[in-house]
Design a protein around this ligand. Structure first.
Ligand code: LMR
Length: 389
């Protein structure tokens, strides 16, 4: 009997498959609005200057590549804690570990939840990042979905979200996007975050916050406001963090997972569980990206330079959003949304026609990566859209 015989052929990840399709398209005017990577006005995804300087210093100064441990680089995690939570003091109830990207953080979070409470259900708004449900399912968790966005009116379905979270049992988990919602760009307002925090706290529902775009929406502190509001109110929580976009370190796989526990003693036990789960999964996370970021954030000049570059990226996204909104129609709400993505009210047929007839590549859902557009290509894209809608 063959071990591998029973395996079913798996479809390629639709979003990642777009990368290959776009590359293979010989049309010179093609536009890539697919996978979520930042591009500058010339279409490049640069290594940030501040990061490059930090990497150079790291390369010069590094004297050993011996093992760290399953917790990764603790200086990196301490910096991330300050970036995410500012001056919040959790009196020893917060634990953090470095992870291989935000995906590693989510997987570790899911495994920790499954180990602590195997019957917990995770409530996820639809649409969400397509990789969320598979990550949760892979850890054995049940996923409950609810509609959280109306594509036609381009608005958040906040009442439905509150109603769904109101149905969650104590001990269930609510997965929330910290900022720059992927795929809709439709974020909760500050007042809505307060309502959500209140509801979760009063019902004993545990927040799992996914923060992958800090600084790309409204600014570094403003983008952390939702996370801070929820953690100020809920006694237990998890925060999965990705540095891919805001430090431009996509392929280095740099992330962190933070857990807030009810007491210092609980936090110590949670930390020990994070370490043993990490050890069983990847033993220890890759070092280079996190070490370079720790070095960058240790240095005031490099930190200021990085903040400036992040602000450049953010302002470019805002400018493209404003240019798109001016065209109205399916683009009318884009300037009110935040971060790298908007989910346009386009049918799958229109998405296909845009690709085949106009060489415009976007996810089948109608999600566009705002950073894939430039001053020059906005009119090309809007003309293609007008021709297809
Ligand atoms: C995206 O949503 O395009 C990015 O987060 C990349 C990914 O891994 O899906």
């Amino acid at each position: 009997m063959s071990l591998f015989g029973p395996l079913q052929q798996q479809p390629a990840d639709a979003l990642l498959a777009l990368i290959g399709q776009y590359r293979a398209d010989p049309r010179p005017h093609k536009i890539d609005l697919g996978v979520g990577i930042y591009r500058d006005e010339t279409g490049n995804t640069p290594v940030l200057r501040a990061l490059k300087a930090a990497e150079e210093r790291l390369w010069q100064g590094q004297t050993s590549k011996s093992y760290l441990g399953p917790e990764g680089n603790t200086a990196f995690t301490a910096h991330m804690q300050r970036l995410v939570f500012g001056t919040m003091d959790f009196a020893g109830r917060l634990a953090g570990v470095q992870t291989p990207g935000g995906t590693g953080a989510l997987r570790l979070a899911a495994e920790l939840i499954a180990a602590a409470s195997p019957g917990a259900r995770v409530w996820v708004g639809a649409p969400t990042w397509p990789n969320h449900p598979p990550i949760l399912n892979a850890a054995g968790l049940a996923v409950e979905t609810y509609e959280s966005f109306d594509k036609a009116s381009q608005s958040l379905r906040f009442d439905e979200m509150m109603a769904a979270l109101g149905r969650a049992r104590a001990g269930d988990v609510a997965l929330l996007h910290g900022c720059c919602h992927n795929p809709t760009g439709a974020d909760l307002s500050d007042a809505q975050w307060r309502e959500v925090a209140e509801l979760l706290a009063s019902r004993g529902v545990i927040p799992l916050l996914d923060l992958a775009y800090q600084g790309m929406g409204r600014g570094l502190d403003q983008d952390a406001l939702g996370v801070r509001t929820v953690l100020a109110r809920c006694p237990e929580a998890l925060v999965a963090y990705s540095c891919d976009k805001n430090f431009g370190v996509y392929r280095e796989r740099v992330g962190a997972l933070f857990t807030l526990a009810g007491s210092r003693a609980d936090a110590d036990r949670v930390h020990s569980n994070l370490l043993s789960l990490a050890r069983a999964n990847w033993s220890m996370p890759p070092d280079h990206g996190a070490a370079a970021i720790a070095l960058l954030l240790d240095d005031a000049e490099l930190t200021a330079a990085w903040r400036e570059e992040l602000e450049e990226m953010r302002s470019r996204l805002v400018a493209v959003r404003q240019a798109l909104t001016a065209h109205g129609g399916p683009l009318r709400a884009v300037a009110e949304q935040h971060g790298m993505f908007s989910l346009l009210p386009l049918s799958p047929e229109v998405v296909t026609r845009l690709r085949t007839d106009h060489a415009v590549y976007m996810a089948g859902s109608g999600r566009i990566n705002i950073a894939g557009l430039t001053e020059k290509t906005v009119p090309v894209f809007t003309a293609a859209l007008a021709a297809c809608c």
